[in-house]
Design a protein around this ligand. Structure first.
Ligand SMILES: Cc1cc2nc3c(=O)[nH]c(=O)nc-3n(C[C@H](O)[C@H](O)[C@H](O)COP(=O)(O)O)c2cc1C
Length: 208
C-alpha cells in the first residue's frame, strides 16, 4: 500500500534584485519573509539568486535569435545562450515558494530584474498562445514580493511595479502572488522603522 506524504522538504527561491545585493532594503525585507518561512518549514531548502551581485545578461538581438532558433539548428554559442535561460526557468520551476526582492528605481523595476524576466519569457516553454488567448506553462506556485520604496506609491499611478510584476508572472502561469511593502523609507529613520514593523505584521499573516 502506498501512502501519500506531504512535501516535507519544500524549496524556496529567494531572488534579490537590489543594486546593493543583500544590504538593500528589499533584500532585508525578503530575508525577513524567508526567516518566517524557515520557521514554518524547518527542513526546507532555500536557494538564493542575487541579481545585484551576479546579474544575468541583458536581452539583445543575438539572444532573441538564439531563443527562436530550433534546437537542432543552434550554433554552440546559441545553445549556450539558451542553456542560461533553461537553467533560470528550471530553478524557478523547482521552487515551491518564490520570494522576490523588488526595489523601486526611477519609478520602475531594476534593470537587473527586467533582464532576468526576459530570460523567463519563452514562447512554447513558459507560455503559449491558444485560441482562447495566452496560457502560462510554468505552473502556479506561491510568489511573495518584498517591495521597497523611498517614497509612497501604493495605489497611486506612480506604482507601475505592482501591475507589471503581477502581469508578467500571471502571463507565465503564476497567480498565487502576495505583496509586502515598505514605503516612505527616505522620509525619516522613524518612518523606516515603522514601515518595517508594519511589514513584519503582514509577514506573520502570509499564507504558508
Ligand atoms: C537609483 C535609485 C533610484 C530610485 N528611484 C526611486 C523612485 O523612483 N521612487 C522611489 O520611491 N524611490 C526611489 N529610490 C529609493 C529606493 O526605492 C529605496 O532606496 C529602496 O530602499 C530601494 O531598494 P533597495 O534598498 O533594496 O535597493 C531610488 C533609489 C535609487 C538608488
Amino acid at each position: 500500500m502506498s501512502t501519500i506524504t506531504p512535501n516535507s522538504s519544500p524549496t524556496l527561491l529567494q531572488i534579490n534584485t537590489s543594486l546593493f545585493a543583500d544590504k538593500g532594503n528589499s533584500s532585508v525585507l525578503a530575508e525577513n519573509i524567508v526567516a518566517a518561512w524557515r520557521k514554518k518549514h524547518p527542513t526546507g531548502q532555500v536557494v538564493v539568486r542575487d541579481l545585484g551581485s551576479s546579474p544575468v545578461a541583458h536581452l539583445d538581438a543575438a539572444r532573441v535569435i538564439a531563443l527562436n532558433t530550433p534546437a537542432a539548428d543552434r550554433s554552440a554559442e546559441q545553445a549556450a545562450i539558451v542553456a542560461e535561460s533553461d537553467a533560470l526557468i528550471a530553478e524557478l520551476k523547482a521552487a515551491d515558494t518564490v520570494v522576490l526582492g523588488l526595489p523601486m528605481y526611477n519609478f520602475g523595476v531594476p534593470s537587473q530584474l527586467k533582464a532576468y524576466l526576459d530570460h523567463l519569457a519563452r514562447a512554447g516553454v513558459t507560455f503559449r498562445y491558444t485560441a482562447n488567448g495566452p496560457e502560462g506553462l510554468i505552473g502556479d506556485r506561491h510568489l511573495i514580493v518584498a517591495a521597497a520604496r523611498g517614497g509612497i506609491h501604493l495605489g497611486l499611478p506612480s506604482d507601475s511595479q505592482t501591475a507589471f510584476v503581477k502581469t508578467f508572472f500571471n502571463f507565465i502561469g503564476i497567480h498565487n502572488i502576495e505583496f509586502v511593502y515598505v514605503e516612505g523609507l527616505a522620509y525619516s529613520a522613524e518612518h523606516k522603522t515603522k514601515a518595517f514593523e508594519l511589514a513584519q505584521a503582514e509577514i506573520e499573516k502570509l499564507a504558508a
